[in-house]
Design a protein around this ligand. Sequence first.
Ligand code: SF4
Length: 292
Amino acid sequence: MATKLDGSADQLSALLVCDCAGTMSIDGAALGEALGGASPVKICSQLCRRELPVFEAALGAGPPPLVACTQEAPLFEEVAGEAGHGGLRFVNIRERAGWSSTGAAALPKMAALIKDAAFETQPTRLMSIASGGQCLVYGRGQAALDVAKQLAGRLSVSVLLLDAGDAMPLSVANVPVHTGKIRGAKGSLGGFELFIDAYGMVDPSARDAMRFDALRDGASTKCDLIFDMTGDAPLFIDGDGRDGYMRADPAHPAGLAEAMFKITDLIGEFEKPIYVSYNADICAHSRSGKIG
Ligand code: SF4
């Protein structure tokens, strides 16, 4: 959704163009026509000095002014602020067009720059997401256990070992440990759902090496965050781009530490933009059972 300059009288009256003391050649009538309006655009010559009253008169007289000068933007912002107005926009038609070697022939470019600056996008809608900090650490061996123990001070952590490897039984069972292989995952920050095969709970009587109870396929679990340190392919088609899903290579301690630092921040309430509205009922691919 966006609005653009349509050449209406209101919009053109809010447009303030200055030829910088005559150093640019701007035909107000031609500019008005290029912007799609019926009337010429008034061209000022010293908007930031002796014609400052023209700018002041434009404040509050309609839409917030669009000023075709960026050099003196701080001055205009200050004057508008003192008068209780905001929402100014600025565009540079001087260095980018009027002062170029094409001179007066740059008028179509000036019009294009002004139209572009006038283009207003609507703010993206937001949705609230809550993350309670339940984090699944997915990895191999003692390295995954060590990371889980460190994260446990800030998050509510459980571990899923793809391979127990060199993992030693915990002397104090302060993080739940399971084994399994994630075969499917969906969701995002605050609402992941994982589907796990070869899933089993740790055997509490294991003495010298970590062992697990009878394994089963088709288990599922939910969590707010996933810390994937398997070093394998990402669980999601969009790789690292999913909120709440952090990947780290266990072979790179610096990257691992950075990822641990980042994931501990993902607890609480978050505002996320809504870019897409998906309606499965009108999606042909959904009806056909195809994932897009
Ligand atoms: S600096 Fe800007 S406002 Fe001042 S005279 Fe030049 S173009 Fe006009």
